[in-house]
Design a protein around this ligand. Structure first.
Ligand code: FES
Length: 120
């Protein structure tokens, strides 16, 4: 496990998101006021870039494209959201945000039925 310093705790304003590159892996850091989350920078619904479509209000990240949403402290899916948010391990230490990034987290975007997997 390798912890990497991403930025200072004050570098991402409350209720905003900011994209970082961690050794070639794109990561979106979210400051939701009571804490931080580090997630892949695309919406698990239809790959919308969350740095543009993501809105953080009262601890909830909402993708403004089709309103999928996740509660950021518990990661509970809200409303009609169908996929969980993947997150990187994160900790705060001495005023810095550190991430443990071992490999890039990806979402599956296959819309087809399971039976069609045979043809891939
Ligand atoms: S692309 Fe984000 S909710 Fe549809």
């Amino acid at each position: 496990m390798t912890w990497k310093r991403i930025c200072g705790t004050g570098d991402v304003a409350e209720n905003t998101v900011k994209k970082f590159d961690v050794e070639g892996i794109p990561i979106l850091l979210i400051n939701y006021g009571a804490g931080y989350r580090a997630v892949p920078p695309i919406c698990p619904h239809m790959e919308e870039p969350l740095e543009e479509s993501g809105i953080v209000v009262r601890c909830i990240l909402t993708c403004s494209k089709h309103l999928w949403a996740w509660k950021l402290d518990t990661l509970e899916m809200q409303g009609d959201t169908e996929k969980p948010l993947k997150t990187y391990e994160l900790k705060q230490e001495d005023g810095a945000i550190l991430l443990n990034v071992e490999e890039e987290l990806m979402y599956e975007f296959d819309e087809e039925d399971e039976e069609d997997d045979f043809f891939k």
